[in-house]
Design a protein around this ligand. Sequence first.
Ligand code: GTP
Ligand code: MG
Length: 444
Amino acid sequence: MAATDIDKSSNEEKRNLSLGGHVGFDSLPDQLVSKSVAQGFCFNILCVGETGVGKSTLMNTLFNTTFENEEASHYQNGVYLRPRTYDLQESNVHLKLTIVDTVGFGDQINKEQSYKPIVDYIDTQFENYLQEELKIKRALFNCHDTRIHICLYFIAPTGHSLKSLDLVTMKKLDSKVNIIPIIAKADTISKSELHKFKIKIMSELVSNGVQIYQFPTDDEAVTEINASMNAHLPFAVVGSTEEVKVGNKLVRARQYPWGVVQVENESHCDFVKLREMLIRVNMEDLREQTHARHYELYRRCKLEEMGFKDTDPDSQPFSLQETYEAKRKEFMGDLQHKEEEMRQMFVNKVKETEAELKEKERELHDKFEQLKRMHQEEKRKVEEKRRDLEEEMNAFNRRKVAAETLQAQSLQAASQQPLKKDKDKKNFFSLPSACSLTSGRHFN
Ligand code: GTP
Ligand code: MG
């Protein structure tokens, strides 16, 4: 149907018709109930409070069972969230209950970042749901919805005022989750002190702009009870897993040397009020508020962050397809720009490398030329030396030949000399005076 047709039909007056008999669509609410019952429900509670403030005990008391319970140590490096899911059944109604515990909350010396893991956890659950919603093949009815429906904020029963950690954490959480503040271990504070403490807490929350969950008063069936319960906030609760005999009845209570504090006695504490409001009257409203208010806000911010919007700058409706096309164009433009940038960068880099290589080549060439010159110089010197040596050798040879000739001549001369010498010798030994002279010297 075109947009103009829709406008026309919505402007047309609706006509009332009376039915001639029973048709059957009055069973629609029953159909819804049976479908919901068959499908089961899920409810997720986040317990925020300092270590040992009574979170686990209260959960056990609230659901009248014993959940797994591990005591947290006071020496955690940081805060972490521990979710645990249980399947509960009451009559024929199935409830998938998730209790998320803040382990180590308030135990660090520097508590500045204590709220962060809690905010991150809540956002992650919203993100998971959003991702499922954005899928082409969605399975929202089958998937386990882990979004937090209620945050029970446990306030320590100091009787003074809220700690800055409480105020900062609640302020950071109030736009993401329904917060119900409760005063834990309310049996440790006197009645008059408790009254003043409640007033102080509420005034501090208001002056710091912290939005807490208000029980809805628009449904006539619950207007009265919810309005009166809003005035009782924050609930002062006592938890106990112990059963004590009061009269002839076993009741959940805490027994002290001076008396018994009954958990379910409304004049002792607000436990019953909390249970009524949280489980019996407003569970569906909490689930609805989570989806319609907190998740919607998360989704809107996230989609806007991703560039989606409902109207264009002239306040004209902007279809999702147009937004997608615009976003795609913007993305492609960005991509092209980046590609061009990278290409330019690559070209520059190649040019730079080319210049560097050329410079290196020139340097090498110079070096080669220098070496060549040095080599030629060396060669010239060696050549010169060779020539000198050759000349020396020639001179030596010449001298040698001369010497040999001389020697040969002297030898020749010497070979002719002995004949003459022998003659002289003979003449010498034949002389009697000469003989006497030499023999006289030898035999003395
Ligand atoms: P962690 O999980 O370790 O952070 O502690 P928690 O906040 O779960 O506290 P838990 O329920 O384990 O209770 C700690 C102690 O406080 C136990 O000894 C409980 O018996 C006691 N306690 C719990 N609720 C109350 C209460 O309402 N009043 C009093 N007086 N003591 C309580
Ligand atoms: Mg615990």
